[in-house]
Design a protein around this ligand. Structure first.
Ligand SMILES: NC(=O)c1ccc[n+]([C@@H]2O[C@H](COP(=O)([O-])OP(=O)(O)OC[C@H]3O[C@@H](n4cnc5c(N)ncnc54)[C@H](O)[C@@H]3O)[C@@H](O)[C@H]2O)c1
Length: 459
């Protein structure tokens, strides 16, 4: 079968896989190939057990796979035949050398640029899908233009705004699709080619054209704003615990103001995920590198409050359990960084678990989707941790339950049954404020919500 256009995506991760599956499903006349250096991942994309858990993803993949959606490890072959190449490789925080702990590690990104040059024999459009520091496209262009073959490459920025857990819905109904390009005829045509893909299902008014640098920076700023709201309400939760105010009532009251709005105002044990922290730190690093110390300090505080909130949660557990958790079994209800995903990257659960283990607690980690990742995250603590998908079994002989992830199923647990199998006094620390605290108190638990008065049976 001959296809109208051939699209390649380098990087078959949380972004590359779902994004390309949706493009293939919506654009049957395009051939969409997703390549990755990780052969195991590609094999999983070609089977029924996809490498990531995302509602509705398998159905979309099945709709297009083998028809116009292909997963492969043949990176040179994919580059050769592609007209448009999306680059969706990981861009984690640098862990070494200059900028360690702050700047983006662009080694995977640069490697793909060299690969594209090596295996191309005609003009191509290169689309930045990964989240990148502002002006990365310039570096990309320099590498690409170095080719001795006289080939023209147009670099376009198309940052991804999907949220894990709702990726398919976000891709099908995006708030906006951002396409940044260079001024001039060639840049405009490249942007139009990319826009034409999304125009298959996204209304024209939601496809926004900007300059390259605005597109790159918008992604960092969007994540920084979202994370800032979480840190803002989390900082207020600490104040509520001192004053007797209720953080959920404050969220509702504040979020009812249409200028503020209700989203991302839920107090929690802290934000996680692979993006928020790294993207803010990247923003901080960029601001600092331009000498904008006040700007850098402002955004850095969003990350600091997040660390403070995680630390505060652990401190509350230890302090309220009579200042020691040595040998006490504590159940972590959830380990994913948020509900509806199995992803644990930067999950507050990792910090909470490690701190409690350092305090010599015994942990039972339960999660419907994330136990495989949790095992990897807590490798090295094997004697002290059990991984138990069934929350009821996890609770046996435990002394405390700590909610880490807002899985809806946790609201429907039979807590009286759990209480009966636990040691007394029994505690609940609700790091997501999702449980019925009054009911838990009636059952006999000592209850510690976030940003609300605690309920204890101690006189
Ligand atoms: N995860 C999210 O929710 C999300 C949302 C929006 C944007 N982003 C951004 O998208 C990018 C990708 O994120 P992700 O979560 O999909 O990462 P990921 O780690 O899940 O996937 C990246 C993939 O790229 C592959 N890869 C790395 N170098 C390669 C190379 N040279 N050739 C071929 N494959 C290579 C890796 O093997 C991996 O499978 C990041 O920049 C991230 O910031 C992520």
């Amino acid at each position: 079968m001959s296809f109208k256009k051939k699209i390649l995506c380098i990087g078959a991760g949380y972004v590359g896989g779902p994004t390309m599956a949706v493009i293939a499903a919506q654009c049957p006349e395009y051939k969409v190939t997703v390549v990755d250096v990780n052969a195991e991942r590609i094999q999983a994309w070609n089977g029924d057990h996809l490498p990531i858990f995302e509602a509705g993803l398998l159905e979309v993949v099945r709709q297009a796979r083998g028809r116009n959606l292909f997963f492969s490890t043949d990176i040179p072959g994919g580059i050769r035949e592609a007209d448009i190449i999306f680059v969706s490789v990981n861009t984690p925080t640098k862990t070494f050398g200059h900028g360690a702990g702050m700047a983006s590690d662009l080694q995977h990104w640069e490697k793909t640029a060299h690969q594209i040059v090596a295996h191309s024999d005609r003009a191509k459009i290169i689309v930045e899908k990964s989240t990148l520091p502002v002006r990365t496209a310039e570096a990309m262009e320099r590498i690409l233009q170095e080719n001795k073959k006289g080939i023209r490459f147009d670099v376009v920025s198309n940052p991804e705004f999907l949220a894990e857990g709702t990726a398919i819905q976000d891709l099908l109904h995006p708030d906006r699709v951002l396409i940044g390009s260079r001024p001039g005829e060639s840049g405009r045509r490249a942007a139009e080619e990319v826009a034409a893909i999304f125009a298959h299902w996204v209304p024209a008014g939601k496809i926004i054209a900007t300059n390259l640098w605005s597109a790159e920076l918008s992604k960092l700023v969007a994540n920084a704003f979202l994370a800032q709201r979480v840190s803002s309400i989390n900082s207020v939760s600490a104040l509520c615990e001192k004053t007797g105010a209720d953080v959920d009532e404050i969220s509702f009251a504040v979020g009812s103001d249409h200028r503020i709005g209700p989203h991302f105002l839920k107090a929690s044990v802290g934000f996680g995920g692979s993006c928020f922290k790294k993207d803010i730190l990247n923003l901080v690093y960029i601001a600092r590198s331009y000498g904008l110390e006040e700007v850098a300090g402002y955004w850095e505080s969003v990350v600091r409050i997040n660390e403070y909130q995680q630390e505060r949660f652990v401190r509350t557990i230890i302090d309220e359990m009579f200042h020691t958790v040595v040998g006490k079994k504590i159940v972590l209800l959830g380990f994913a960084f948020k509900a509806d995903t199995g992803d644990t990257r930067e999950s507050p659960g990792i910090h909470v678990a490690r701190k409690l283990l350092e305090e010599r607690a015994l942990l039972a980690v339960s999660d419907p989707q994330a136990l495989g990742n949790a095992r990897r995250d807590l490798a090295g603590f094997s004697g002290q941790v059990e991984f138990e998908p069934d929350p009821y079994r996890a609770a046996v002989e435990a002394q405390a339950l700590a909610v880490i992830t807002e899985w809806r199923a946790y609201c429907d647990l039979d807590f009286a049954r759990m209480f009966a199998s636990m040691r007394k006094p029994a505690f609940v620390f609700d790091g997501r404020n999702i449980l019925d605290h009054h009911r838990l108190f009636e059952i006999g638990f000592n209850v510690f919500p976030l940003g609300k008065p605690a309920m204890t049976h101690f006189s």
